[in-house]
Design a protein around this ligand. Structure first.
Ligand code: IMP
Length: 176
């Protein structure tokens, strides 16, 4: 049976999101940014972050598929496009986690071709050691070790997304 070891508590996550909200509010003062959430892992994060930002913003979503279970396939597929026209808009891409950077690089390149006024990324988590694609992220909640984590939107084959905290999954099955 796998066990869950808490890495970031609900309080730690919420207090960091309040800080990010204050920063984004200050950086985009007077603007009406478009928050583009990357489904499905972004859901709790974008909901909390959007409410921590005191701006007249719009929210939309894209969906990418590049993962199966705990292994990256290295292949990115575009599943759902955004509905809002982002040309000339200030876009903030909202990601749950940056691992290899493949998804983010694909999205940054694709969205940049649609001529937004600006394009920045906010990611709740980043695993710098896992990075294979050198892609910038302007706002990062927490840098974590190169371990597979679940909770607060992040899943392991669709499980654990509803946890209010972030945990490392350890397989406690005895070897042999
Ligand atoms: P990347 O393209 O390798 O950067 O992976 C980005 C996507 O992989 C994220 O949006 C997640 O959906 C998924 N992912 C990467 N690391 C983890 C993890 O530790 N737990 C759950 N999902 C992860």
């Amino acid at each position: 049976m796998p066990s869950l070891n808490v890495l970031l508590t609900e309080d730690q996550i919420q207090s960091r999101i309040r800080e990010l909200g204050i920063q984004v509010t200050a950086d985009y003062a007077g603007e009406r940014p478009v928050f583009l959430g990357v489904l499905k892992g972004c859901i709790p994060f974008i909901a909390d972050l959007a409410r921590a930002v005191n701006l007249d913003l719009e929210v939309d979503y894209v969906q990418i598929a590049s993962y199966h279970g705990q292994q990256s396939t290295g292949v990115v597929r575009f599943r759902k496009d955004h509905d809002i026209d982002i040309q000339g808009r200030h876009v903030i891409l909202v990601e749950d986690i940056i691992d290899t950077g493949l998804t983010l690089q694909y999205l940054r390149d694709l969205l940049a071709m649609r001529n937004p006024a600006s394009l920045k990324v906010v990611a709740l988590l980043s695993k710098p050691e896992a990075r294979r694609h050198n892609v910038p992220a302007e706002y990062v909640g927490f840098e974590i070790e190169n371990e597979f984590v679940v909770g607060y939107g992040l899943d392991d084959s669709e499980r654990y997304r509803n946890l209010p905290y972030i945990a490392v999954v350890r397989d406690d099955t005895p070897a042999g």
